[in-house]
Design a protein around this ligand. Structure first.
Ligand code: FAD
Length: 383
C-alpha cells in the first residue's frame, strides 16, 4: 500500500502536527549529525514552522492522491538547499531522524502498514530533493560586492552590487540574499533592474520595524560588503501582446515592477502601462526621478505618485529631494487601495501588485470588490 494507504498517511499527518514533534525531529537530526546544525541560524523558530507546514501540506496532497505539485515543490526545495551546503550525508541523516522520531511518536499504533507508508513518504521526500539537487549543474550561489549604498529615505536603501559572475533571472523575479551582518538568514529581495550581462544588480530595501535583516541592510551596509545571491523565483510577468497594464507599487514593491518597466522600454510598442507608486509621505517616493526619466521617453508609461499624507515630516530634509520635474500625473493623497480604485475597476487590465503583505492584500481585495477578475491579478507570495 505505502503511499496509496490514505488511512496510514492520515495517521502520519496527525503525528507531524503533534505538539513539539518538528522540534524533536531537528533535535534528533542534530544528535545524529552535528554538521547539520551548522546549516541553520541559531534561532530555529521560523525554520521549524516552515518545515512543519511543508510536511503537513505534502502529506495532505498525498492523501488527496495528488503528486505533480508536491514533486515539483520538493525538487525546488532540493535545488534551493544547495546554497546552504546540504550534502548527501545530510539527506541520509535527516531521513534517519524522520524515521526514528515518527516511529517513536507513533509507537502505540505502529504496524506494518504505518511503517511502510512512513518509509515510502520519507524516501520520496528525500529522494526527490536529493535527485533534483544532484541534477543541477553550476554553482548554487553567486557572491557580489556592494559598490554603492544610497540612503534614499529614512527607511529605504538602494544598494548596488557587482556580482562575481552574472546571475540569470527574469525581470520581475526575486532572489534569495544573504548579507554579512546576518549569516545564514536568507531573505527574498527583488532586483530593480533586469539581469545584466556584466553582473550589475540593484536592490531597494525597506527596513521593517523590528526586522532583523532589513534594518541591518539599511543601517549598516557599506561598499565592500560581500553579499551572496541565489535561486531566482517568481513569475510576475507582463504579456507585451496582451491587454493594457495596471501596476501598483507600495514603497520598495516598486523594485520588480521597475525591472519589468525597464525591460519593456527596450521596445517601441507596448501595451499602455499605468503605474501607481505609493508611500507614506511625499518624500518616501524615492524613485520618482527614474520613473519620470523613463516615462518622458516612453509614451506608453504613465505614473501616478500617491502618498498617505500630503506634506513631508521635518526629517525629510535629511534625505535626497525626490520631487520629479513636471511631467508625471499630479500626486494623489490617500492609501493605494482607495486611490487606485477611485479610477474604476481596471477589470480589462493585466494587474500586478507589489509591496508589503498588508498593502497587497488590501489592494487586491479593493480591486476585486470593484469588479477586477482575480485571475488577472498577479502578485508574489506574501511570506
Ligand atoms: C517574494 C518577496 C520579495 C521581496 N522583495 C523585497 C524587496 O525587494 N525589498 C524589500 O525591502 N523587501 C522585500 N521582501 C521582504 C523581505 O524578504 C523581508 O521579509 C523583509 O525585509 C523583512 O526581513 P527582516 O529580516 O528585516 O524581518 P524579520 O526579522 O524576518 O521579521 C520581523 C517582523 O517584520 C514583519 N515583516 C516581514 N516582512 C515584512 C514586510 N515586507 N513588510 C512589513 N512587515 C514585514 C514580520 O512579520 C515580523 O513581524 C520580499 C519578500 C518576499 C516574500
Amino acid at each position: 500500500m505505502g503511499l496509496d494507504d490514505r488511512e496510514a498517511l492520515q495517521t502520519l499527518r496527525a503525528a507531524v502536527a503533534g505538539d513539539g514533534v518538528i522540534g524533536r525531529i531537528y533535535t534528533r537530526w542534530f544528535a545524529i549529525d552535528m554538521s547539520a546544525r551548522d546549516l541553520f541560524p541559531p534561532d530555529l523558530t521560523r525554520q521549524r514552522a516552515s518545515f512543519g507546514e511543508a510536511l503537513s501540506w505534502l502529506l495532505a496532497e498525498m492523501i488527496a492522491q495528488r503528486a505533480e505539485e508536491p514533486v515539483a515543490f520538493m525538487a525546488q526545495l532540493g535545488r534551493d538547499h544547495r546554497k546552504y551546503g546540504v550534502t548527501a550525508q545530510h539527506y541520509d541523516s535527516l531521513g534517519q531522524a524522520l524515521l526514528t522520531t515518527l516511529h517513536s511518536e507513533l509507537s502505540d499504533v505502529w504496524d506494518g502498514r504505518i511503517a511502510e507508508a512512513t518509509s515510502d513518504f520519507i524516501e520520496l521526500v528525500i529522494g526527490v530533493m536529493r535527485g533534483a539537487a544532484d541534477a543541477e549543474q553550476g554553482p548554487p550561489f553567486v557572491d557580489g560586492t556592494v559598490c554603492e549604498h544610497i540612503r534614499a529615505t529614512r527607511d529605504v536603501s538602494v544598494v548596488r552590487l557587482q556580482l562575481d559572475r552574472p546571475l540569470a533571472y527574469h525581470p520581475g523575479q526575486y532572489v534569495t540574499v544573504q548579507v554579512p551582518q546576518w549569516p545564514r538568514r536568507w531573505r527574498y529581495l527583488s532586483p530593480s533592474i533586469p539581469a545584466d550581462g556584466t553582473g550589475a544588480v540593484e536592490f531597494h530595501v525597506r527596513s521593517v520595524s523590528g526586522g532583523m535583516v532589513s534594518t541591518a541592510i539599511v543601517g549598516e551596509t557599506a561598499p565592500g560588503d560581500r553579499w551572496r545571491l541565489s535561486n531566482p523565483h517568481g513569475g510576475l510577468h507582463i504579456d507585451r501582446h496582451g491587454a493594457d497594464v495596471l501596476l501598483v507599487a507600495g514603497s520598495t514593491g516598486l523594485a520588480p515592477l521597475r525591472a519589468l518597466i525597464s525591460d519593456l522600454s527596450r521596445y517601441a510598442e507596448n501595451p499602455r502601462v499605468h503605474l501607481f507608486f505609493g508611500g507614506r509621505y511625499p518624500c518616501d517616493l524615492y524613485d520618482l526621478r527614474t520613473l519620470w526619466e523613463i516615462a518622458s521617453t516612453n509614451p506608453w508609461l504613465s505614473v501616478t505618485p500617491v502618498s498617505e499624507y500630503s506634506t513631508d515630516p521635518p526629517w525629510a530634509g535629511d534625505y535626497p529631494d525626490h520631487q520629479p520635474p513636471r511631467g508625471l500625473h499630479v500626486r494623489q493623497t490617500g492609501i493605494l487601495p482607495e486611490v487606485v480604485t477611485r479610477y474604476g475597476s481596471w477589470s480589462d487590465r493585466q494587474i500586478l501588485i507589489c509591496g508589503s503583505p498588508d498593502m497587497v492584500t488590501a489592494t487586491k481585495a479593493a480591486l476585486i470588490a470593484k469588479g477586477a477578475p482575480p485571475e488577472r491579478i498577479q502578485h508574489d507570495p506574501l511570506a
